[in-house]
Ligand binder design. Structure first.
Ligand code: BTN
Length: 328
């Protein structure tokens, strides 16, 4: 394991009690001088590490920046998601980086964050605005044993994980809008873009891209979406700790993905339904040139939305853009 991961993990576990240089050196199998060098390097990256003669090293504060080693240090034993975390200062789209890693044969669970994206993509060919240092823009490589028609389960799982993490790290109460937007107070704070490579009967790999508008200032959103988009900081009234939220989302995802692999998707689906503000509403779903209007009744076992049209027909919807029908 990378020494910085071990040092940061040791410091976080020790907390106020501090971790002695000798203990860290022993754990890493290096000299105390080598530990000191690593500590100095972490300080240069913005980690405030106090060196006390009695308590050893104490981590007092960490920067509001994403560091792969620190994120891995905060996730002690991921089953799959978060075993390998990479952070880029800027990339076009993290989904593209992960797609390349998938083709290179990387095992599932690798996560790529970018502090900024120059070509962030949203669903339905939209642009995803991804300014530097204020959001969480990341993608995860998955190799699920799922039939391609069940791929929606992955976005359902991701929406639940993001909603849970926001709830645990803030005082906000997020809701889910089908299929996978996370809203706070009726405005979107996070979106999910699933892209995959599949054969007829199996998914080769899936790239789960997640964008969370954490501390994005209102003026960073294009004017056209300012009434429908917001950030967690704007809603909470104070900045949100991005590395802590990132860790929480990955931990929730890892946990829920293990449940899915154990055949327990129905429980995740039930939670999605409880959190979903679309169910029970009169909606119109636009799917390219086609539109279906009706009452959103339920989610099926594959994550598709079941809509009862005005003719009483139950339509199964797997994708599209939902608008609430306020006249209904
Ligand atoms: C949507 O709601 O339209 C989906 C938005 C998904 C945005 C994320 S940010 C990280 C990953 N990389 C991308 O280019 N898109 C996803």
């Amino acid at each position: 394991m990378n020494p910085d991961v071990q040092i940061l993990r040791g410091l976080r576990m020790a907390g106020e009690a501090g971790a002695s240089g000798a203990a860290l050196a022993k754990q890493l199998g290096v000299s105390r001088a080598a530990v000191w060098n690593r500590i100095e390097d972490l300080r240069r990256h913005g980690y405030e590490i106090e060196a006390s003669p009695h308590h050893g090293y104490i981590l007092r504060a960490s920067p509001d920046a994403l560091h792969g080693d620190d994120l891995m240090a905060r996730l002690p034993s991921p089953k799959a998601i978060g075993r390998d975390i990479r952070v880029f200062t800027e990339t076009a789209s993290t989904n593209d980086v992960v797609e390349k890693l998938a083709r290179d044969g990387l095992p599932e669970g690798a996560v790529v964050f970018a502090e900024a994206q120059s070509g962030g993509r949203g669903r339905l060919g939209r642009t995803w605005v991804s300014p530097a240092g204020v959001g969480l823009w990341f993608s995860i490589l998955l190799r699920p044993r799922l039939h391609p028609t069940s791929a929606t389960q992955l976005t359902v799982l991701a929406a639940v994980a993001v909603a849970r993490a926001i709830e645990r790290q803030t005082t906000l109460r997020p809701a889910i809008k089908w299929p996978n937007d996370v809203l706070v107070g009726h405005r979107k704070v996070a979106g999910i873009l699933l892209e995959m490579s599949a054969e007829l009967d199996r998914i080769r790999h899936a790239v789960l891209g997640i964008g969370i508008d954490v501390n994005v200032p209102a003026e960073a959103f294009p004017e056209s979406i300012r009434t429908v988009a917001t950030s967690l900081a704007a809603e909470a009234g104070h900045p949100i700790d991005r590395p802590a939220l990132a860790t929480q989302v990955l931990a929730e995802l890892d946990h829920l993905y293990a449940r899915l692999n154990a055949g327990d998707f129905h429980e995740v689906g039930d939670e999605w339904m409880r959190r979903c503000s679309t169910l029970g509403q009169h909606v119109t779903i636009h799917m390219g040139p086609r539109a279906v209007a009706g009452r959103a009744e339920a989610l099926d076992e594959d994550g598709a939305l079941l809509v009862r049209t005005e003719h009483g027909v139950l339509e199964r919807i797997v994708g599209g853009d939902v608008t609430l029908d306020r006249r209904a």
